[in-house]
Unconditional design. Structure first.
Length: 122
């Protein structure tokens, strides 16, 4: 399964990418929402998107809104956030995020979260 990490932080993208590769996932990375649009166009087999909130060019919420209009993501989007404010989490969910995960997170939490959104969730 291929996962796209969308995060402007190289170090976070590296750490999260390593967690995913160790667990057997394939990884693509984009540095902001605009970059993510291009990476998705070149990789039709991306099944999960891990999306940062705060990024230059196009942030996570703007990317969600772009996707609502253009439907480029085939699969769940998990918002990665340092924001634990309920209204921000609600806003992400209202704009098409399937789940959210609080930074910093462990590999176990990340994999459990990805499995929960990719196995039907019943
Ligand atoms: Mg960021």
């Amino acid at each position: 399964m291929k996962v796209l990490i969308v995060d402007d932080s190289n170090s976070i993208a590296m750490v999260v990418g390593q967690m995913l590769k160790t667990a057997g996932y394939e990884v693509e990375r984009a540095k902001d929402g605009k970059d993510a649009i291009n990476v998705i166009k070149e990789n039709s087999n991306i099944e999960v998107v891990l999306l940062d909130w705060n990024m230059p060019e196009m942030d996570g919420l703007e990317f969600l809104q772009y996707n609502l209009e253009h439907k480029i993501v085939n699969g769940p989007i998990i918002m990665m956030t340092t924001e634990n404010k309920p209204e921000k989490i609600m806003k992400a969910l209202e704009n098409g995020a399937s789940e959210y995960i609080m930074k910093p997170f462990t590999q176990d939490v990340l994999i459990t979260k990805i499995e929960s959104v990719t196995t039907g969730g019943e």
